[in-house]
Design a protein around this ligand. Structure first.
Ligand code: GLC
Length: 742
């Protein structure tokens, strides 16, 4: 036995010291994992499953590890940190791991880079409004280049949760209500973060979150119960996760919520049967913050020890901050409640990602202070965030083509968000700094110079009830030709634990708008918000409305460029805007029911007290120009499962401006073995048309696009009649029909 272990040790010593002379096969990651695993003690294996935070959580926002954690690193009892960044800070900790610990296994450093690290990009729901996966990939690429220069090799993003309830504050962190758009955005972000070579020093591991179904929280209340059918779960909430796993995402994060009684962090069906057995995912899963510990209040674990047992046996590899694994895995292994095989499998997955990141070959490659200085918030980063911001703006209304503004106009810029430099950063802005933000007011001033008289009044606060600022605001409006009224939510009214029971403009903002309206001056409403808002009054009375979400540090420049026509807005809503919070959940791809709404028939599915249509539908967004759709054509009236169907439409730019249009293709399966949505987005193309230009836009439909989970829960297509819709949003479409045959 001794001889054998001596041979292994000698081989390993050779492996580690001669890494550049070994034949490629021996450098095969799986073999390298085997060799490390063979050397590890049980305590060192448990250490790899443990992640702790820097002092961030205690509000100090320090990036120092908490007391005692450096010693644990030296003992090989911590495998990862979160909320610790900086080339020097991470170098120091990595040095302890790879020089003081027995096996020199490098640490992996994670951080919430949701829409930028130091350079703040538009929030994810804004980027999704661009409907431009290539642009979103570029955004993620730039974010990775920046944060990797600060020692981070893993981001807890993209957030892939489908959200059909705008009361849920985290709708701002995702890509809206549709699984196809959500999948496209998730894949784009994985590609952007991970690049083509995960071992490069400017690529980072992605983390798909929150796995899964988190956005389905009842009532839109964060962390609340989730309970829907396996069919809805797979067809709507899991679809973007599956696409991003197939795109090579390195890690996932288990969600806080339960699904039908089983919390995700203890959900073997989710974490092992679906994720690993079906999808063949070979990366690792990290818990959400203390989500293992929360199995106790969920009521499925009597104590932290049982929580640890449930979580590891379910397939949850790394424990973020609950201490469950540190404290209890040794006992559980000794008692046989967790097997050594299970432990090894989790360690293997974590080592696999550390090897793929190249951390064993060069643990300090993310720790270059010179690169950090040159990269953080450089001009390339500032230009990149502007490029994304200008494409993320949605024009919701433009009565009589009121916009774009003429520069000689006298403008009153009014509202609680008009000169805000904090709120455009949005929630989860990481190291974003208000001093770097261009406010709407500043953006307009930058654009107009001193040629135009620009007045400014806040008028009111975002959430307060005071109206004593109304007088000055009204006076400014009276002196101006036009009012740019910047309204919405503060950055901390959406994001985690920020559910709202109403979707109205907070405070007295609508009252301010009504007072401004009485002056008779036209209002251009600029919305800054993290969720759809029920802005019925503005929709009736404003001359124009821009949805700008939270656009990051170049918000004011992008908004000013759209207001004055240097940029023709091209965004489309990734989420339905309801008229009333009582309509929620309201989403376009709903079922027809046995009694679909019919205004001529009382006994149908509707609200008797209010209008039943959305304020703005999914996929809606206007342009300064006008797009006309004609000649929707199909290559055949029917096609078999082995064939495909070509769908084409002509789109004409019939207006006065060059512009971009998102051409959307939806289908409806008229009869199935189970009920089917009235519409489902299947494809989209964003095209550029010069004024007067017409383009033929072509799509290909295959059987794959028509598959769903049938009555027996098999993912198949079924022959029969379908409708196809192509148009400028989910309501205004040309339509045709086709038959799918066997
Ligand atoms: C939070 C969030 C999650 C985040 C994690 C680490 O509670 O739910 O999105 O990545 O903790 O900060």
């Amino acid at each position: 036995m001794k001889a054998k272990s001596t041979i292994i040790f000698l081989l390993l010593f050779f492996l580690f010291t001669q890494k550049n002379v070994l034949p490629q096969s021996v450098k095969n990651i799986e073999q390298r994992i085997d060799s490390v695993l063979a050397l590890m003690t049980q305590e060192e294996k448990i250490g790899q499953l443990v992640q702790f935070t820097g002092d961030w959580d205690t509000g100090t926002h320090s990036t120092e590890p908490k007391a005692g954690k450096k010693e644990l690193v030296a003992e090989g009892k911590i495998g990862s940190f979160l909320n610790i960044f900086g080339a020097d800070m991470t170098r120091g900790l990595q040095k302890i791991a790879v020089e003081k610990s027995r096996l020199k296994i490098p640490l992996i450093f994670g951080l919430d880079v949701i829409h930028g690290f130091r350079t703040t990009f538009p929030v994810p729901i804004a980027e999704a409004s661009s409907w431009e996966p290539a642009l979103v990939e570029k955004s993620a690429r730039m974010q990775a280049i920046e944060v990797s220069a600060s020692g981070i090799n893993w981001t807890f993003n993209p957030m892939v949760d489908i959200a059909r309830d705008p009361r849920w504050g985290r709708i701002v962190e995702g890509s809206g209500e549709d699984p196809v758009l959500g999948a496209a955005m998730a894949v784009a972000r994985v590609k952007g973060y991970q690049g083509n070579d995960l071992s490069a020093n400017n690529t980072i591991a992605a983390c798909l979150k929150h796995f899964a179904g988190y956005g389905g929280a009842e009532g839109g209340r964060d962390y609340n119960t989730v309970d829907f059918s396996e069919r809805t779960f797979r067809e709507v909430y899991l679809k973007p996760f599956k696409a991003a796993v197939d795109a090579g995402a390195a890690t996932l994060m288990a969600s806080f919520n339960e699904i039908g009684g089983v919390p995700s962090s203890a959900n073997h069906h989710l974490l092992t049967e679906i994720l690993r057995d079906e999808w063949k995912f070979d990366g690792f899963v990290v818990s959400d913050w203390n989500s293992i510990g929360e199995l106790i209040p969920h009521g499925v674990a009597k104590d932290l020890k049982q929580a640890a047992e449930l979580a590891l046996n379910a397939g949850l590899d790394m424990d973020m901050e609950s201490n469950a694994y540190t404290k209890h895995l040794s006992e559980l292994l000794a008692e046989g409640k967790v097997s050594g095989k299970t432990l090894d499998e989790s360690v293997r997955r974590i080592l696999r990602i550390k090897f793929r990141l190249g951390l064993f070959d060069d643990p300090y490659k993310y720790c270059d202070a010179e690169r950090e200085k040159k990269t953080i918030l450089n001009q390339e980063m500032k230009d990149a965030t502007y490029d994304v911001a200008k494409k993320s703006i949605v024009l919701l209304k433009n009565e009589k083509e009121f916009l774009p503004l003429k520069k000689e106009t006298k403008i009153a810029v009014i509202g609680p968000l008009a000169n805000s430099t904090a709120d455009p950063l949005g929630p989860w802005n990481q190291q974003g700094d208000a001093k770097d933000v261009v406010s709407v007011l500043q953006g307009i001033k930058n654009k107009c110079g001193d040629k135009v008289k620009i007045l400014f009044e806040e008028g009111c606060s975002i959430t307060g009830k005071e109206t004593d600022g109304f007088g000055k605001a009204i006076q400014a409006a009276k002196e101006a030709d036009v009012v740019v009224l910047v309204l919405g939510e503060s950055l901390d009214m959406s994001g985690e634990a920020r559910a709202r029971a109403t979707l109205d403009l907070p405070g007295v903002q609508e009252e301010l708008a009504k007072e401004i309206y009485k002056t008779g001056k036209p209002i251009i409403a600029v919305l800054m918000n993290g969720r759809p808002l029920t802005i019925n009054w503005l929709n009736e009375h404003a001359a124009a409305i821009l949805e700008t979400w939270f656009l990051g540090i170049r918000a004011g420049d992008a908004i000013a460029d759209v207001l004055f026509g240097d940029v023709n807005p091209s965004g489309k809503l990734p989420v339905t805007f309801p008229k009333y919070v009582g309509q929620v959940p309201m989403y376009y791809n709903h079922k027809n029911t046995g009694r679909p709404y019919n205004p001529k028939d009382n006994y149908t599915s509707y609200y008797a007290d209010y209008d039943n249509s959305p304020l703005y539908p999914f996929g809606y967004g206007l342009s300064y120009t006008k797009f006309v759709y004609e000649n929707l054509k199909l290559s055949a009236k029917k096609f078999s499962k082995k064939e495909s169907l070509q769908v084409s439409v002509e789109v004409k730019n019939d207006g006065k401006y060059d512009g971009e249009e998102v051409v959307q293709l939806y289908v409806r399966d008229l009869v199935g073995s189970v009920t089917r949505p009235v519409k489902e987005l299947k494809s989209f193309q964003k095209i550029f048309l010069k004024k007067g230009e017409t383009k033929k836009v072509e799509f290909t439909l295959t059987e794959e696009d028509l598959k769903f989970y049938n009555l027996d829960m098999n993912f198949v297509s079924e022959p029969g009649m379908f409708k196809v819709f192509v148009g400028t949003n989910s309501v205004e479409c040309l339509e045709n029909e086709f038959e799918l045959t066997e």
